[in-house]
Write a protein that binds this ligand. Structure first.
Ligand code: G6P
Length: 607
């Protein structure tokens, strides 16, 4: 997490750095800081809390004069979110100024070594150790690139670094391992950022810095180095992403804007991987080798993991291929048995989630074929997977994911269908029916959105609810996982998703008079079973909300939420929308920061 920016050019750096940080605030918002090189040397300004405070403190950047600088917005790992721990960090003696995204794992050992060398530390962060270590190697070698390469050789963990040296007024230095970093090319100016949208206002020509690479950036361009300090050649890339997609466009929050973008995200993702009415992954280079898999492991974190849980039901049911779903943070350290002819699918919006990347690498180290489902072009997961399916959700800014989740489902359904077709487990007729159903999803999502006021009114009536249970079976259960996470992360309501049949094995003791229980009744085969479970909680005082397909009844429920009839295997795509809206409206009613919930960050580049 954390976002970093850099600039070198002829314009004033501070306003450009602040504008870049604004776009990166989703990566962390505990504190912010900039360092700008002016006539009198490097000046650092930092504040605890949101970026807005730094903007105020620096009068929108006007109080910092200079055309070279670096900046940072923080998601605290080592050390409290205080001003003291905010970046940039200076080395003892102030020769090296650093912004850092990532975690230096061996910082304790290095700190000890540097303390023995006489270095004094002023913060609790691992990042300050980086500034001092680079300074230490600079003293030894006299050369900044060598000092940075020595640092890279010595560091364990992850980093995207922006570095200023006090005696190099016209250069910005960067280095990267496992945290994202992009360089933007302008006319007589260069930019650094943690992601592409932060650069789009300025340029579309970018360089992706790869793992264990460094660069020296000057106004006219950059020179790239590998970890041994040898110069390497790199090609710039033109990005085609729509800049306005990362703006609020009059919506009150990014989240509600992105919720409304779901019909388009689903339609665009489907159309990218369909040709003449059939699934077609040839553009992604996915063919016989992947579709001949005899078992599948899906790995991901957070909402992307929930997509994996849904796809497990869908793939097994359609293609009869065994699927297991693994939390990436678990998979990376367990001794997984992949077996013969296994395919690993890693799902990630950002393509930078540290655990997902590590799980992917783990699979590759076992010689297993990998496919990624990723939203961000050029991201680490997409570059390291053997093949990548890109979701077409566009930039997602709100910390709570919505449209990327929906686009991942759409891509996964198509994958499942193509797998089923090749395995011969669906008839031509059934295949055509499923495709038709998929193509109708955007319209059905739209219809749910048209009725959002009903959910808004429920949220207003129940804004003080303390505990919420969401229950369902099969695909319905997988949607509950996502709905429950949404409500937790942005509304701070304690919720639990439960497989409906499991509630009675302990958790039912938590049901009290008025406890809200949302039950999903969208799987015809088990509908009656879940309805009985709802009856069990209702008779113990629960306020039961039932989600059903239009025209269906839910006896005994205090409230019924209807959604358009959908093929049951694809129900998650429609059913998730009321739950996203519920989380949004409860958060709004409670006056919370919808787009930037406390303690969270969007791109989790730490373990
Ligand atoms: C964070 C986000 C979640 C997201 C998860 C995985 O926790 O807040 O919304 O689902 O990371 O992110 P990824 O980018 O890998 O999909």
């Amino acid at each position: 997490m954390c976002g970093i920016v850099g600039y070198i050019g002829r314009r004033q750096a501070a306003p450009i750095l602040l504008a870049g940080l604004k776009k990166l605030e989703y990566r962390g918002y505990d504190s912010a800081g900039v360092a700008v090189r002016g006539e009198g040397g490097i000046r650092v300004e930092k504040t605890e809390g949101r970026l807005a405070r730094l903007v105020e403190k620096t009068e929108g950047g006007a109080s910092l004069s200079g055309t070279v600088g670096i900046g940072h917005t923080r998601w605290a790992t080592h050390g409290a979110p205080s001003e003291e721990n905010a970046h940039p960090h200076l080395s003892d003696g102030e020769r090296v100024t650093v912004v850092h995204n990532g975690i230096l794992e061996n910082f304790r050992e290095l700190k000890q070594k540097l303390t023995a060398e006489g270095y004094v530390f002023h913060s609790e962060t691992d990042s300050e150790v980086i500034a001092d270590l680079i300074d230490y190697y600079l003293k030894k070698s006299g050369d900044p690139v060598t000092a940075i390469c020595r640092f890279m050789q010595r560091a364990r963990g992850s980093y995207a670094l922006g570095v200023l040296f006090s005696d190099r007024p016209d250069e910005v230095f960067v280095a990267r391992k496992d945290s994202p970093m992009i360089l933007g090319v302008g006319k007589g100016e260069m930019f650094v950022a943690s992601d592409v949208p932060a650069l789009l206002g300025e340029t579309r020509t970018v360089y992706y810095i790869d793992n264990l690479e460094a660069a020296v950036i000057r106004r006219e361009g950059a020179v790239f180095y590998n970890i041994d300090g040898n110069v390497i050649e790199k090609q710039s890339v033109e990005v085609t992403m729509d800049a306005s997609a990362a703006e609020k466009d009059g919506w009150e929050h990014f989240m509600i804007k992105e919720v409304h973008e779901q019909p388009r995200a689903v339609a665009d993702t489907l159309s990218r991987y369909m040709k003449e009415g059939r699934a077609d992954f040839s553009e992604a280079g996915i063919g016989e080798e992947e579709f001949s898999a005899e078992r599948i492991v899906i790995t991901a974190c957070g909402s992307a993991y929930h997509v994996g849980v849904t796809l497990q039901y869908v793939i097994e049911s359609l293609a009869r291929v065994p699927v297991r779903v693994e939390l990436a943070s678990e998979m990376r350290y367990r001794d997984l048995v992949y077996g013969e002819n296994c395919l690993v699918i890693a799902i990630s919006q950002s393509g930078e989630t540290a655990d997902t990347l590590a799980a992917l690498r783990e699979a590759k180290a076992h010689g297993v074929r990998t496919v990624a489902i990723v939203n961000v072009q050029g991201s680490s997961v997409s570059r390291e997977a053997d093949r990548t399916i890109f979701t077409v959700a566009g930039p997602e800014i709100a910390v709570a994911t919505t449209k990327a989740y929906s686009a991942q489902l759409a891509a996964g359904y198509l994958f499942a269908l193509e797998l089923a077709r090749r395995k011969g487990t669906v008839s031509e007729e059934a295949y055509a029916g499923y495709i038709k159903e998929l193509l109708s999803l955007p319209e059905k999502i739209k219809r749910v959105l048209e009725r959002k006021e009903a959910i808004g009114s429920f949220a207003a009536r129940h804004q003080t609810m303390r505990d919420v249970f969401m229950i369902g079976r099969g695909v319905d259960y997988s949607v509950c996982l996502e709905g429950s996470l949404k409500l937790k992360e942005i509304s701070y309501v304690h919720t639990e998703a439960y497989a409906a049949g499991e509630l009675k094995h302990g958790t039912i003791s938590l049901i009290e008079e008025g406890t809200v229980v949302v039950g999903l009744l969208l799987q015809p085969r088990v509908r009656e079973k879940t309805a009985s479970n709802l009856e069990e909680v209702r008779s113990r005082g629960a306020h039961v909300v039932a989600m059903v397909f239009e025209g269906e009844k839910a006896e005994g429920a205090a409230e019924v939420w209807e959604i358009p009839k959908t093929e049951e295997l694809f129900a998650a795509s429609v059913a998730v929308v009321p739950l996203q809206l519920l989380a949004y409206y409860v958060s709004l009613q409670r006056g919370l920061d919808v787009d930037k919930p406390r303690n969270l960050a969007k791109s989790v580049t730490v373990e």
